[in-house]
Design a protein around this ligand. Sequence first.
Ligand SMILES: *Cc1c(COP(=O)(O)O)cnc(C)c1O
Length: 431
Amino acid sequence: MLCENIARAADGALLFAGQSVNALADTYGTPLYLMDEDRIRRNCRMYRAAFRDAFGEDALPLYAGKAASFRQIYRIMAEEGLGIDAVSPGEIGTALSAGFPAEEIYYHGDGKTDADIAYALDRGVGCFIVDNGDELISLSEQAAARSLRQKVLLRITPGIDPHTYHAVNTGAVDVKFGVPVETGQAMEFVRAALGMKSLEVAGLHCHVGSMVFDEDVFLRTIDLMVGFMADVRDELGFVFRELNVGGGYGVRYTDDDPMADIPARIGEVGARLRRRIAEAGLPLPRFLMEPGRSIVADAGMTVYTVCSVKRIPGYKSYVITDGGMTDNPRYCLYGAAYTVLHAAPRGKLRAIFDLAGRCCESGDIIQPAISLPAATCRGDRIAVCTTGAYNFSMASNYNRFGRPPLVMLRGGESYLAVRRETVEDVRALDL
Ligand SMILES: *Cc1c(COP(=O)(O)O)cnc(C)c1O
């Protein structure tokens, strides 16, 4: 199976985290997001242990909340001892409402408004990751007005193309995030920040992309970042004490994706960092990363009920579900691949279908050309695997469909973490 938490019972029924997918769908209804809490915790512990081994005690993985942001996940992150990265007042407010400590929040974003900055400053957010010079000025003014000395990391763009989808490539020179090293602008950005008395410049940040499998990418990132740290020391006489190289480790969506040995990769990054830092004659910085997908993706599964099976002879066949691009826009956005399983397969004969949603868009396809039992019919349950990252968090109310509930699976039991959005919820803001 794709991941250890997916299995089949003796009669072929699909099990997720040891529980019957059909029974969960009966209890909670569909469409339904399932989240394997034990898997999330296991992934957190894997990161913490790998960080301790590779970089020492003070290294910290930050969970990138944009992958899946809801109150319960922040309680879990607090319990597992991870920091978090947040990109909006909404994510910050959700984390704080769950009791997550403000000091452990790193606040991202390339378009922070004055109001966003004020919101985070007033709540004691531990660190701003400053994306650009405009933000730097607004933040320093607002921190000064509050007599604060705000800790910041400066986001720079090292100029790495991680050879992934264009849409998720954020490390090359001409992307909208951060300040590029190559053009000399990053050095000026650092110089400007160091001149601001209300800011405490702790370190540097970069994020080269997502779904990274290429083992080389983070090693090259380390080379470039340490090179820039040495340049800053030589030119400005300043030594950074934190280095955050972002998120991005890939996960398996289908059997064609490689198995990423993340602890081994992190070990290599640690060795490379120590070597480059020693060569540069710099002190070892506190090391941070921001894994999102690789913490929650394989903990997720989405369950649908089939509404119709439509066969167009000589063309193609569709399995139309009660969900779609509203709960999983990733195929529509960038052709993302998924593994699709029938919850209770019958018969040996299989057929090829496009798995479609119920939105009024021809492009509302969850996954094209998948193999399912030919006997699939209305009322059957279909599961899409590895939907824990960027599904719930990217969900919309297009066509005014309510968003599905999010149910956590823990130790053989289940509980609701986010309830289903009703028609009343969907129109609640309309005056
Ligand atoms: C998206 C993002 C992450 C998380 O990336 P994953 O691929 O989910 O691990 C981390 N940091 C930043 C700045 C991001 O934009």
